[in-house]
Design a protein around this ligand. Structure first.
Ligand SMILES: Cc1cc2nc3c(=O)[nH]c(=O)nc-3n(C[C@H](O)[C@H](O)[C@H](O)COP(=O)(O)OP(=O)(O)OC[C@H]3O[C@@H](n4cnc5c(N)ncnc54)[C@H](O)[C@@H]3O)c2cc1C
Length: 292
């Protein structure tokens, strides 16, 4: 995966951070010192998790996010607004429906300018604005690499005209596959359990082929229906989810209290597409069976 960074000048200006690798985390940790002005661009899960860590370390933290609430797309407005309130109660400031248009400073970042022309003091800038699949090196053939790599239910890489490329498999964040739990649209899912599930599926297909198993054709045709899952820890708030919450057109509080531990069901029309809770793990986990 390739991390996105802001397309601004001074790419190498010190104190600009993104977070994907252990080295990134170690470099960032060294700068999260009490009293530092930390600006985080992007209020998704990574931006919010870093905000929680930085504010606990005594930094002055501002999150610049281009939507009405942090984590709005994955969580929906009810939980997203609630998580915003919990961050604000811990001291995080949000600049919502805003983005950064320029950096201020000569040999290091001193501030950022927002699209409303206001400025923020900034000692440490963290760019948490997403990533894209690193598939450019696959150019020069007819693999369907429109957002990651298209695979069939056996994790075999597909060409643009719908044929499986012999002996080539893709798994994890880069694999775009249809999940019949939800519908037939192929999507990439950047959750921790997908690399494991897709690897297991590819391994069973490959093993069946190598063992010249009679069941190989049937294994190829088996539907692949992993239940996506993610978690996120922000302060004492432990979020756990199953399904694809972003497909929902409605989120309904089904257990607990919105200001405490709670569980939301996410549905698209009549179809349950996800569940997410703050705390109440056993309730959330009980939903997993509903997707299998
Ligand atoms: C900071 C951070 C926090 C996260 N937190 C959570 C979380 O709390 N919960 C959750 O569900 N998910 C989380 N995720 C997402 C989760 O980590 C990913 O879904 C998961 O790591 C994807 O695994 P992967 O093996 O597909 O890809 P990666 O872990 O990205 O591994 C891909 C590997 O391939 C290598 N590579 C890339 N291109 C090539 C190439 N051309 N040739 C050879 N090797 C190559 C890369 O260097 C890398 O080592 C987080 C991600 C990040 C960055």
């Amino acid at each position: 995966m390739v991390r996105f960074t802001l397309s601004l000048l001074w790419l190498s200006l010190p104190a600009r951070h993104a977070l994907r690798s252990l080295e990134d985390a170690i470099a960032l940790r060294a700068e999260l010192v009490q009293g530092k002005n930390v600006v985080i661009v992007g209020g998704g899960f990574i931006g919010c998790e870093v905000a929680a860590t930085a504010v606990k370390l005594g930094c002055n933290v501002t999150v610049v996010h281009n939507a009405a609430h942090p984590m709005l797309r994955p969580l929906g407005s009810g939980l997203a607004e609630q998580m915003q309130l919990r961050h604000e109660a811990m001291g995080v400031t949000f600049k919502l429906k805003r983005t950064v248009t320029d950096l201020i400073g000569t040999d290091h970042v001193e501030g950022v300018r927002l699209d409303d022309e206001s400025t923020l003091d900034c000692d440490v800038l963290i760019e948490a604005i997403g990533s894209h699949a690193n598939v450019e090196w696959l150019s020069g053939n007819d693999i369907d690499r429109n957002d990651g790599v298209l695979v069939d239910s056996a994790m075999r890489v597909m060409t643009r005209d719908g044929h499986a490329v012999p002996n080539v498999f893709a798994i994890g964040d880069v694999a775009r596959f249809a999940n019949p739990i939800f519908d037939l649209e192929a999507r990439r899912v950047e959750h921790w359990n997908i690399p494991t599930e897709t690897a297991k599926r590819a391994a069973s297909v490959i093993a069946s082929y190598l063992n010249k198993s009679d069941s190989y054709p049937a294994i190829l045709d088996e539907p692949f229906k992993p239940v996506p899952s993610f978690w996120s820890d922000q302060y004492e708030n432990h979020l756990l989810a199953f399904g694809l919450l972003s497909l929902a057109d409605k989120a309904t509080l089904v257990a607990g209290d919105i200001s405490g531990d709670c569980v939301f069901e996410y549905s698209r029309g009549d179809q349950l597409v996800g569940v997410c809770g703050i705390g109440m793990r056993s309730v959330v986990q009980s939903y997993r069976a509903k997707f299998i």
